[in-house]
Write a protein that binds this ligand. Structure first.
Ligand SMILES: C[S@@+](CC[C@H](N)C(=O)[O-])C[C@H]1O[C@@H](n2cnc3c(N)ncnc32)[C@H](O)[C@@H]1O
Length: 298
């Protein structure tokens, strides 16, 4: 992250060191000095918000995040989520696309190692097991990332497409040469143009969408009458959807069942499934397999 001003960058680097050493209050002071040199630097205001929040200065952190948002309306750093978690904004219905893209562009190179090794990621195997030995003519992997789900389902799909918001993730998927078609786009946009498929999968992707109605509606439009929509989620047992401190949404089983029915699906399967760990602890999750309700019953 460069501000474009050498002196401000030096102060910022120093401030990052102070934060890492556990002195966020001092870091905030130094970032504020850097911002005197570059007041229009969005990332600087975001970093100031983080340091102030860590230092327990909630109101000042809120001001810093709001200044950041005024400079970067697309919110590529995820300030909207932080404002919500500080109690200063309504629960977002989804995370900003710019934030998700940036997050995964930065993560792409170490994604497979981090997920499979450190986080014990199992969503691809769980989805594959749920689909059994049925084969599919056209399958679309929504939020395909580096292709871990694609690898797991390749043998049961004649044609396999993948779509992901992050260019670095789709480039990593392309290097594995598993997909017949790859697209860098928001999945809602991609679903508007893609031909109908008999399988849609989303492994650990809908955790970035709070409100599931838009994606369920878009999939329902493009999944064939005999097709399936299979996905994993993080589970909570209290509210429809909750944004957690790790900036991922969790959903309740009752909510998923209700939205699925409202959007024209029959729930074939919904069950608890642990898809990953966080700091060595299993994260409660859900596996769901939906099929479209016949149009005559809608
Ligand atoms: C945790 S990764 C999972 C990747 C892959 N499905 C897997 O199981 O390994 C989530 C992926 O979803 C993508 N993603 C999140 N929201 C998206 C959206 N609205 N449209 C397209 N891709 C999205 C991210 O860019 C990221 O690559």
């Amino acid at each position: 992250m460069s501000s474009g001003n050498l002196a401000a960058d030096r102060r910022f680097t120093y401030a990052q060191g102070l934060r890492q050493e556990g002195d966020p209050a001092a870091a905030a002071e130094v970032i504020a000095q850097a911002l005197e040199l570059t007041p229009g630097w969005p990332e600087g205001h975001f970093a100031l918000g983080e340091a102030l929040a860590d230092a327990g200065r909630r109101d000042d952190a809120i001001d810093a995040y709001r200044t950041y948002l005024a400079l970067d309306a697309a919110d590529s750093m995820g300030a909207g989520a932080r404002l919500h978690l500080l109690g200063a904004a309504e629960r977002p219905r989804t995370l900003s696309g710019a934030y998700v893209r940036r997050l995964f562009d930065e993560y792409a190179d170490r994604f497979d190692q981090a997920l499979v090794g450190r986080l014990q990621y199992r969503a691809p195997q769980i989805l594959r097991a749920a689909l059994g030995e049925r084969t599919f003519n056209r399958a679309l992997d929504l939020g395909c990332g580096t292709g871990l789900v694609g690898e797991a389902i390749r043998d049961i799909c004649t044609w396999l497409g993948g779509v992901d918001l992050s260019p670095a993730m789709t480039q990593a998927a392309a290097r594995k040469a598993i997909y017949d078609h790859l697209e860098t786009a928001d999945m809602l946009a991609a679903l508007k143009t893609i031909d109908a498929c008999d399988l849609m999968v989303a492994g650990d992707v809908l955790v970035y969408c709070g409100d599931l109605a838009p994606i369920f509606t878009a999939v329902r439009e493009k999944v064939l009458a005999t097709g399936l929509f299979a996905f994993t989620l993080q589970r909570n047992d209290t509210e429809d959807f909750v944004l957690g401190p790790e900036h991922r949404f969790s959903h309740s089983l009752a909510y998923v069942v209700r939205v699925a029915a409202d959007c024209g699906f029959i729930v074939q399967k919904i069950q608890n499934a642990v898809c990953r760990q966080e700091k060595g602890v299993d994260v409660p999750g859900l596996l769901a397999v939906l099929s479209p309700k016949p149009k005559s019953t809608l």
